[in-house]
Design a protein around this ligand. Sequence first.
Ligand code: ATP
Ligand code: MG
Ligand code: MG
Length: 556
Amino acid sequence: SAPAVSNFIRSIIDEDLASGKHQGIVTRFPPEPNGYLHVGHAKSICLNFGLADDYQGKCNLRMDDTNPEKESDEYVQAIQEGVEWLGFKWDGQVRFASDYFDALFGYAVELIEAGKAFVDDLSAEEMRAYRGGLTEPGRESPYRSRTVEENLDLFMRMRDGEFADGSKTLRLKIDMASPNINLRDPVIYRIRRAHHHRTGDKWCIYPMYDYTHCISDAIEGITHSLCTLEFEDHRPLYDWVLDNISIGCHPRQYEFSRLELMYALTSKRKLNQLVIDGVVSGWDDPRMPTIAGMRRRGMSPAGIRLFAQRIGVSRSENVVDMSVLEGAVRDALEGEAPRVMAVVNPLKVTLSNYDDALTASRSAPFHPQHPEFGERDVPLSREIWIERDDFAEVPPPKWQRLTAGGEVRLRYSYVIRCDEVVKDEAGEVVELKCSIDHDTLGKNPEGRKVKGVIHWVGAAHAVEAEVRWYDRLFTEARPDAVRGEDGEYVDFRTFLSDHSLKTITAFVEPVVRDAAPETRYQFERVGYFVTDRHEHVAGGRPVFNRTVGLKDSWAK
Ligand code: ATP
Ligand code: MG
Ligand code: MG
């Protein structure tokens, strides 16, 4: 793979290794299993696992599963599959924050015993009122002065299920006057009778994210805890917790900017809405910017990794055009995908002097630069299909494709001349009658230049394939950032495109019929396509998804 590009996180790691602060690095990727991973997560995966690979360290995959109502095993499975498919490995087992529930409980007891945590009876609404605002300090809860004994007793009884959901919380005693609202006695446990996908009904109290995350990092011996910039204000809390419990490890948190991709959404909650609404066929619909969707669309792991490398890692805003993703995907597929011919908008051509006895078929390489991809026959027949766009009755200037009376080369085959244009009653061209110059197979015609080369498929051998032609899902570049006249965000679903999926029938070379699901091809001169992961069956009627065109069609 390409050499790593440096960034501020690599500089920090280089210093930490040079100074002897660390002997090696340990990172983690900590998704919450409340949805499928998206392209933003891909950035974080490539960063965390990529660093571990490059520095011979390790990266843990940890499910941050502290919100039982929204989490499930389906999501856990999908996350693992996504990381593996991108080409990364975690050592041994997948970790779960829920593995640490006992330890987290123990540290909470420690904090209570040290007088640094208390059980609060304020309701959520009251707590909000006490919290204060950006310019106004908060007020201390009237329950803050409970004794250690009382707090210990109440916390045990919270765990034992004596109190109703939401009636009590455990809070840290930090500073209600702190300018950082995260430090205003944050809640670290709440009561919630919810079935957990791993711990079942063992717990009715669950730890909060900020409290769980830093301790999980410390338990795993993480050296560099990398997260997105919205957690910058949480860093003082991350450090406060680790400074106030008896744990022998204090990972450092560093923040980088979140990826946002234009014409896409990078929020599991919003993507889930599209799934729930049935706007897409599921989390892995090829229009979804999920890892599963990009996979089904035909993007390759190398293409997505190349994209992550190109967008880089920094602390400045990271809103990226879709053309950057597509460019990286295209550049990777260029050398990965075998090439075949397919006609997506067919026009019939009859070769009037076609002769079975002549060389009717020629072997063609699957990739001009990769002989190891092998070759296949491209059989000619009396009738062939060409692309409607490759014929013009009234050609524009510099036209090099076919026109009435003109000549063109059929890729890997003969030069043909258009002798007659057949039209229907409406004046629409329905067929071309052409003749072969038999003396042009693998050599130039005598005495004249034929510049144009077009792709084609022999009608007698062509396979009819279903092609799903995908386009952008939204008509707005930032569908979730548009504000209405009232200043409120407009529902992003308002901007769903009507043209994001068109299904067409194409004629493709017969060789694709036997392709396994998820085989990627370049259809020469058309674009990149993949056999559908679920609906294509080798030997049946092929089903292709259009991955991306050959040129950037997004740039304005
Ligand atoms: P979402 O809002 O989609 O649920 P999240 O940040 O809550 O996203 P997590 O499952 O908590 O999702 O994320 C796991 C990791 O991936 C975190 O370290 C998070 O910072 C990172 N991550 C999530 N979204 C992005 C993004 N758009 N760009 C870069 N990193 C991201
Ligand atoms: Mg999260
Ligand atoms: Mg989230």
